[in-house]
Design a protein. Structure first.
Length: 211
């Protein structure tokens, strides 16, 4: 069956490493999560996790701060790379506390991560912003071919087409990683230019609209 607008859920992945390297203030992550919730277009917010390889704001603490400012969206890790390093009883206590503070909204994901989408009016500008962000974020010089394989990069129309294709292929949860030093501005672009159009196109191809 063709996925419908109601079948697809959007999440926002927040760059908590950017806080450690001094490019984003911690409070901005909380504000972006609140902005995503208020848009009514996002159903979840996610933070990464790493202590040694790519240090960042600790995931459980970051999600607890976000929980205090939000009411509806799910809160998860993408991904909890330090899971095997954490003392089991202490971590269980920490996560249970987060779940209580968020009133059952926590999502624990232990998995391999990847890069996120990037959209701008100009495809080349989108690529340059994504590369500058990810090179600095990971201390690696990313090759263009690698980024274009790993990321959704392009104009709003190009990103819309890719996301609609993903949804029609059966993907029902799309996590958008904000690969920008100005996360509020990038989130605003997704809220106003991309996600509403994705939902519109999916709605127009749903069985209910086709009779």
């Amino acid at each position: 069956m063709m996925p419908t607008m109601a079948d697809v859920s959007f999440g926002a992945s927040l760059s908590n490493r950017a806080v450690v390297i001094g490019r984003v203030r911690a409070i901005e992550l909380v504000e972006v999560a609140k902005m995503a919730e208020d848009s009514r277009l996002f159903d979840s917010a996610w933070v990464g996790d790493s202590i040694i390889a790519k240090p960042r704001l600790e995931a459980v603490a970051a999600l607890s701060a976000i929980a205090s400012r939000t009411e509806r969206i799910k809160l998860g890790t993408a991904c909890l790379a330090t899971f095997a390093m954490r003392q089991p009883v202490l971590f269980a206590h920490q996560w249970a506390s987060l779940d209580a503070l968020s009133e059952g909204r926590s999502l624990l994901a232990v998995c391999l991560g990847g890069h996120g989408p990037q959209q701008m009016v100009d495809r080349e500008a989108a690529y340059k912003e994504a590369k500058e962000f990810l090179d600095s974020y990971y201390s690696v010089d990313h090759h263009r071919r690698h980024l274009e394989q790993e990321c959704v990069i392009g104009t709003p129309d190009e990103c819309i087409e890719r996301f609609v294709a993903y949804a029609r292929a059966g993907c029902n949860v799309i996590i958008i990683r904000l690969v920008s030093w100005k996360p509020q501005e990038q989130l605003e672009r997704w809220i106003t230019e991309v996600i509403p159009e994705v939902r519109k196109r999916l709605a127009s191809t749903s069985p209910a609209t086709q009779g």
